[in-house]
Design a protein around this ligand. Structure first.
Ligand SMILES: [Zn+2]
Ligand SMILES: [Zn+2]
Length: 337
C-alpha cells in the first residue's frame, strides 16, 4: 500500500509499505477519505531521516476481519483516534481518548496511521455511519467537528447562548458550524484574513482580531456588558486563554481545546468571584456519535464550504504547502489518487 512521507530534502510524497492483515479484533479498513490535521506543522522542519506515520483522522470501509465482532465487511466507518484499551472505566464510559493504558498494534504490524490506503483498528473504535453520508463528510466526525461538538455537549450550548471561539483553524471553524447549528450567537476571534472570512461565511455573527487592543470591549458591547455565556479556545495560545477567561460572564463556562500554552489563573479574581467553570476537551464521548452523524446530515452545505481543498495523496506536498499558507479550512486527501 501507499503511505505519505516527509523526505529529508524538504519535499513530501508517498512510499510503499506491505498491505496489513487483520488480527484478532484489529479490523482492516480501506481508507477512503483522510481529513488533514496539524501534521503540516512539521513539514517545514529540517529532518535527518525520512518521516512516515502521519494522521489520525479517516473515514473508510471495512474490507477484512479476522473474527466476528462489532463491524462486518462492507461497513462504512469513521476511524476513531488513538488506541484505548477497551477495558478500563474510561473506555467503557465512551471516554477512550483519556484511556491511561493505551494499546499497541499487533506484533509486526505498522498500519496505525491514516495518511495511508489501509489502517488496522480495533472494531469497537470504528463507528458505522449510513449510506447517505459521503466518506468526505463522515470524516468531519474526527477533529473537524468532533472536539467542538464534545465541548458544545459538555456546556449544553443552545439558542440562548452567546459563545466565543478563539482560533479559526480547522478545529475552530468546525466550532462555528456546531454553534450556528445549535442556534447560538457565535463570536469568532481570528487574525488571519482567509480564516476570518470563512468563519463569517460559516455563520459567525462577528469576527474580531485578537491583536485589536479593544477586542474585549467589543465583546462586552455585543453582550450587554456582561460577557459571553460560553467560550472555547481552539488556538492553544496563552493570550487567547486569557481572553477566554476575561470575556466570560459570571457563572460562564469555557473549554480548552487547542493544545499548548500556559497562562496564570487568579484563584480569587478569575475563578471564585466570577464562579466560572473550566473544562479540558480533547474529543467527544463515543455515545454522542449518533447525534454528531445526525448533525453532519443536516449541515452538508456548510461542510462543503468548510472543506476548502481536496488532493490526491500523491499530491500531499502541495496539500501541506497549502496548509502552511494558512489559507485553508479543512483539507482532505484521497489516498487512492
Ligand atoms: Zn482504557
Ligand atoms: Zn486531528
Amino acid at each position: 500500500m501507499k503511505i505519505a512521507a516527509m523526505f529529508t530534502d524538504g519535499s513530501g510524497g508517498i512510499v510503499d509499505r506491505p498491505d496489513p492483515q487483520p488480527v484478532e479484533d484489529f479490523v482492516l479498513v480501506k481508507i477512503r477519505s483522510v481529513p488533514m490535521c496539524t501534521e503540516y506543522k512539521g513539514f517545514k522542519r529540517e529532518r535527518e531521516q525520512d518521516a512516515v506515520g502521519f494522521g489520525h483522522e479517516a473515514a473508510g470501509e471495512v474490507v477484512a476481519v479476522a473474527q466476528s465482532g462489532r463491524v462486518k465487511v462492507g461497513d462504512r466507518v469513521v476511524v476513531q483516534p488513538q488506541l484505548g484499551c477497551g477495558a478500563c472505566w474510561l473506555c467503557l464510559d465512551g471516554e477512550h481518548i483519556h484511556c491511561q493504558n493505551g494499546r499497541r498494534l499487533p506484533e509486526g504490524q505498522t498500519a496505525g496511521h491514516t495518511y495511508a490506503q489501509y489502517i488496522l483498528k480495533p472494531d469497537w473504535l470504528l463507528s458505522p455511519f449510513p449510506e447517505d453520508i459521503s466518506y468526505k463528510h463522515a470524516g468531519m466526525a474526527c477533529c473537524g467537528l468532533g472536539p467542538t461538538f464534545g465541548a458544545m455537549q459538555k456546556m449544553n450550548v443552545n439558542a440562548l447562548d452567546t459563545v466565543m471561539i478563539t482560533g479559526m483553524g480547522p478545529v475552530g471553524l468546525g466550532g462555528v458550524i456546531n454553534g450556528h447549528h445549535r442556534g447560538a450567537k457565535v463570536i469568532a476571534v481570528e487574525s488571519q484574513p482567509f480564516r476570518a472570512n470563512l468563519a463569517q461565511e460559516l455563520g459567525a455573527t462577528a469576527v474580531f482580531d485578537p491583536n485589536d487592543e479593544n477586542v474585549l470591549d467589543k465583546i462586552m458591547d455585543l453582550t450587554d456588558g456582561l460577557g459571553v455565556d460560553k467560550a472555547m479556545d481552539c488556538s492553544g495560545a496563552s493570550p487567547a486563554h486569557r481572553l477566554m477567561v476575561d470575556a466570560l460572564r459570571r457563572k460562564g463556562q469555557a473549554c480548552f481545546i487547542g493544545q499548548g500554552g500556559d497562562f496564570p489563573l487568579g484563584a480569587s479574581r478569575d475563578m471564585i468571584s466570577k464562579g466560572i467553570g473550566l473544562h479540558g476537551i480533547w474529543h467527544y464521548n463515543l455515545s454522542f456519535f449518533p447525534a454528531l452523524v445526525k448533525m453532519i446530515n443536516q449541515v452538508g452545505d456548510q461542510l462543503d464550504k468548510f472543506i476548502t481543498h481536496q488532493y490526491g495523496m500523491s499530491q500531499v506536498q502541495e496539500a501541506w504547502e497549502q496548509q502552511c499558507t494558512g489559507n485553508a479550512g479543512k483539507v482532505v486527501l484521497d489516498p487512492w489518487a
